[in-house]
Design a protein around this ligand. Structure first.
Ligand code: HPA
Length: 269
């Protein structure tokens, strides 16, 4: 299955050899419009790729030049809460590794646990807490499953993102992302717990992809776009509509950072 997807993607890329890939989270898919002469490959044409059923997730690979650099973007991801399979993104990441991707930047929409990190903010993930009770490497038979996560989030890519943020005058928070399984939003008590445990943001994705990326030897970094203050921090109830409506605001800030990152070749440094 993986070989078929790999062969098909290589054929469609027609010699384009991106070294970096981006996974676009809820409401962040607009970044693909900034790719010149995009090559679009629907997940449906790639055996093993997820059938994303979440609104706000398109489900296609879009490749081409972004800020002058060959890049591959994944618009749409599989979430654990869709089917209970934490490893649903494994075939995708294996194919990326297979085509020569060595650097991966993950993005997501998240709730802020910190009253000073408001909706519209962007947070560079420095570390995570896996609060889901599961792991995408459960069932992996080899000793390779014992992946070290001491430096899961690549120091070099993080530094490059920080430099790009600084150069463009874009505020970039840093913090710990806590993975809840979803699909419900958290309770106020869970958010108080998350804060005590050291989380800055909460969300329903990304962590399994980071674990799989490290398993496959990819260098990985991740950014959250804050769409809301987490449960109980305001009087309001949370909704997926709010996530979709608010994501483009922080998404535009993140796009500025990413454009500069690629344009200036900061990822290579
Ligand atoms: N919690 C979990 N996931 C989210 C949130 C939230 O508050 N906002 C956007 N994704």
């Amino acid at each position: 299955m993986m070989e078929k997807a790999l062969d098909h993607l290589v054929e469609r890329l027609d010699g384009l050899a991106p070294a970096a890939a981006l996974v676009l989270g809820s409401g962040l898919g607009g970044l693909v419009d900034q790719i010149e002469d995009p090559i679009r490959v629907p997940y449906a044409d790639l055996p093993g790729f997820p059938r994303s059923g979440v609104t706000g997730h398109a489900g296609e690979v879009v490749a081409g030049l972004f800020a002058g650099v060959p890049v591959l973007m994944l618009s749409g991801r599989a979430h654990y809460y869709e089917h209970g399979n934490a490893a649903a993104m494994r075939p995708v990441l294996e194919v990326l590794s297979g085509i020569g991707i060595t650097k991966l930047i993950l993005t997501n929409a998240a709730g802020s646990v910190d009253p000073d990190m408001l909706p519209g903010s962007v947070m560079l993930i420095s570390d995570h807490i896996n609060f889901s009770g599961t792991n995408p490497l459960i069932g992996e038979p080899s000793d390779r499953r014992f992946v070290g996560l001491t430096e899961a989030y690549d120091a070099g890519i993080r530094k490059a993102l920080e430099r790009a943020a600084k150069a463009t005058g874009t505020a970039l928070h840093k913090g710990v992302y806590m993975w809840f399984s979803g699909p419900c939003f958290e309770t106020p008590a869970e958010i108080r717990m998350a804060r005590i445990m050291g989380a800055n943001a909460v969300g329903m994705s990304t962590v399994p992809e980071v674990i799989l990326a490290r398993f496959l030897g990819l260098r990985v970094a991740a950014c959250s776009v804050i769409t809301n203050l987490a449960a109980g921090m305001t009087g309001a109830e949370l909704s997926h509509q709010e996530t979709k409506d608010m994501a483009p605001i922080g998404g535009a800030r993140l796009a500025t950072i990413l454009q500069h990152l690629f344009q200036e070749g900061l990822l290579d440094g």
